[in-house]
Ligand binder design. Structure first.
Ligand SMILES: [Fe+2]
Length: 272
């Protein structure tokens, strides 16, 4: 069992062999669910590939007992996800990818913030002109990739759809804070057979392959690095559960992104 309490700020242990986490008795019972391979198959480069039945587990809405106000009052939900280490054909294991809706009609979309607790992740972010449009009409305006390591807090900026990719041969454990007032949107990603790029391993090299389902040109991916943003609670060495618990106001950007657009972008340093 691996103790994740220092990195997460919560009494969590992780079993590397079974991929299960155990939450201390001080924690609230989450809503538990699994994500299976079948719904992901149509989004893969090789839909018929060999794959594990369960790709990842989600522990939704947990935290310490006594911290219920973070959701009830501040609308902030804390989830933990665990991804198995596996290849899906030539592709690294990934989530289907989704967009978030606008926080106010016509305005910027809800963001999200992830924190790596174990392993590594590569996030693929894409901004489009109309996230509900099909692959023949949709215009991909920007693509950003971010590699993240234990302790990193990674902003999924407003209006950027996101895919999580496990690029290691060990499990990935990550958590997120997100506003609980919306549902994610998946349909256009399904119609387009995934995001604009597939990450494949070819002769031990990582390579981005363009998804040719998208009829319009796709810009090249821009690499970004994670940067701390203490003004919004994203501080090196401080678990984001602890930061939010101590000062939930710092995480208001998740529920009111329209007031924090510029500061959120400080979390990603885009390579020139
Ligand atoms: Fe999301």
């Amino acid at each position: 069992m691996i103790n994740l309490s220092e990195i997460s700020g919560l009494p969590i242990k992780f079993n590397e062999e079974t991929y299960q986490i155990s939450l201390g008795p001080q924690m609230r019972d989450p809503l538990y669910s699994t994500r299976e391979i079948e719904p992901i198959r149509p989004l893969l480069l090789e839909p018929g590939c060999q794959a594990p039945e369960v790709l990842y587990w989600m522990y939704r809405n947990t935290g310490l007992k006594g911290d219920e106000h973070l959701l009830a009052k501040h609308r902030l939900r804390y989830d933990i996800s665990i991804f198995v280490p596996a290849m899906l054909g030539p592709e690294y294991l990934k989530t289907s990818g989704h967009y978030h809706p606008p926080a106010l009609a016509g305005g910027v979309a809800y963001p999200e913030v992830y924190e790596i607790l174990y392993g590594e992740a590569l996030y693929l972010l894409q901004k489009v002109d109309d996230y509900k449009a099909g692959p023949d009409e949709i215009n991909v305006q920007d693509v950003i990739t971010v590699r993240a390591y234990p302790g990193d807090k990674v902003i999924m900026p407003p209006d950027y759809g996101h895919v999580t990719i496990n690029t290691l041969d060990v499990p990935l454990v990550m958590c997120n804070w997100v506003c609980d007032d919306f549902s994610s949107y998946y349909e256009s990603v399904e119609q387009a057979r995934g995001f604009a790029y597939y990450l494949v391993k070819e002769a031990d090299e990582d390579k981005w392959i363009v998804n040719d389902k998208y009829a319009n040109p796709i810009p090249p991916p821009r690499e970004a690095q994670v940067q701390p943003v203490p003004e919004i609670g994203l501080e090196t060495g401080v678990p984001m559960y602890t930061a939010c618990r101590e000062n939930p106001q710092l995480f208001a950007f998740l529920a009111r992104p329209f007031d924090f657009e510029d500061v959120m972008w400080q979390g990603l340093k885009i390579n020139a």
